[in-house]
Write a protein that binds this ligand. Sequence first.
Ligand code: UDP
Length: 483
Amino acid sequence: MDQKPQPLPPPHVLIFPLPLQGPVNSMFKLAELLCLSGLHITFLVTEHINARLLSYSNIQSRFSNYPGFQLKTIPDGLPEDHPRSGDKYMELFDSLKSKSKPFFKEMLTSCSPCDETRRPVKFIIADGYLGFTCDVANEIGIPIVYVRTISACCLWIFFCLPKLIEAGELPFVGDDLDTLIKSVPGTESFLRRRDLPGFCRSCDLNDENMRLYSKEGEENSRAHGLILNTFEELEGPILTHIRSVCPNIYTIGPLHAHLKTKLSKQTTSLAASSSSLWKEDRNCMTWLDSQPSKSVIYVSFGSIAKLTKIQLMELWHGLVNSCARFLWVVRPDSVVGKDWESQVPEEVKEGTRVRGYIVGWAPQEEVLAHSAVGGFLTHNGWNSTLESIYEGVPMISWPYFLDQQVNGRFMSEVWKLGLDMKDSCDRNIVEKMVRDLMEVRKEEFSKRAEDMAQWAGTCLSEGGSSYCNLERLVRDIESMTKE
Ligand code: UDP
């Protein structure tokens, strides 16, 4: 009797994010979206990240719902006692580049051959910073698509760095940071020197950041395509410029909301997913429940930024003096120096007891979605920016580094979603900005933020730009992995 051939299992994709909180968060959302589309996923993290996920996230139980998903680990090559803090990210990138490549190749080539339940990995989605993944993909003949978890507006500036150098705009001549930049097409009327990524202020063109980021245009066009966590309605004009260098772009963001939207259509409901690398303090949600609507400013500078004691005190005085209610994330490792707690003046402690709440790490997506939150004092990390945009929360930008300086300018000047406090951290300015956002210009910013949130929602619904681009990505993966 003739046996009917068994249908092949679905395509198997390997996802490899940068080992930092922001990229890990957004790539887990992408992994879950692809699982929902029926693909098999191997999610690769460093051993260090895996240990933190096991301690603080619910990734294991979350993904047990998807039999096609597996988590694998790779060494990052750093010594055990290395702090691996975000401010040492260059050491991390260098180590990954020089030490992890052989493990990565071995993992892909030693995979068990196709069995009845799982095919070998035939497609790679890796962070564009991990250029060695493209070398390996080319060596073994597997298609690769890069993913970038920064904003398109910053990526475009990276692409233009060689032009800025050629035009003599970099390094800066003189010290006026308000001079307009002319060599980044599409931004000539508003982008100042101070809005470029912070490393551009260095006079040294051999600076390690400058060397890394000025190769971005070349590097990104090596892959079959580029997945961006953004949406057309937000960054359309800039995306047109990026497409002149990398034509095949999949804008499928905001990823966290894309996943939420897809899951809301499922019959079974899942608990909120967390890929936190720190322990979340959920008591702040109860505190928020007892605050009036839109009365709280949420303050967080993400997973990498560090504050000096002076900056901490200026921010703290400013927040208390503004008389706004505030929920503030002060990560245990975020303040440089130790004994700051004993140096807080009594009136600041009292103002905090009455109107404030401080946590070490918050369930941020849920916080931003809470009706008591009316503003966000943020470093404008790209995930935080998108999370705020999706929930319609206006922002004050106090960027720390890299894309955040650019994002703050676009957020305030182009998207008109709030104020940019860049380069100042003075209690009087903090107080004024908080009052402006939460009281004086509240209506103006809220209206604008609500409109933008609506556009974000539209791009995720059936027929919307991010919805269609995700479908195209899945179709392209299927066609590029056909046996
Ligand atoms: N985040 C969080 N709790 C916090 C602070 C941040 O869950 O208390 C999450 C936040 O929702 C975001 C990520 O950490 O998804 C930070 O990423 P982002 O790109 O904004 O900044 P980075 O940490 O890379 O500087």
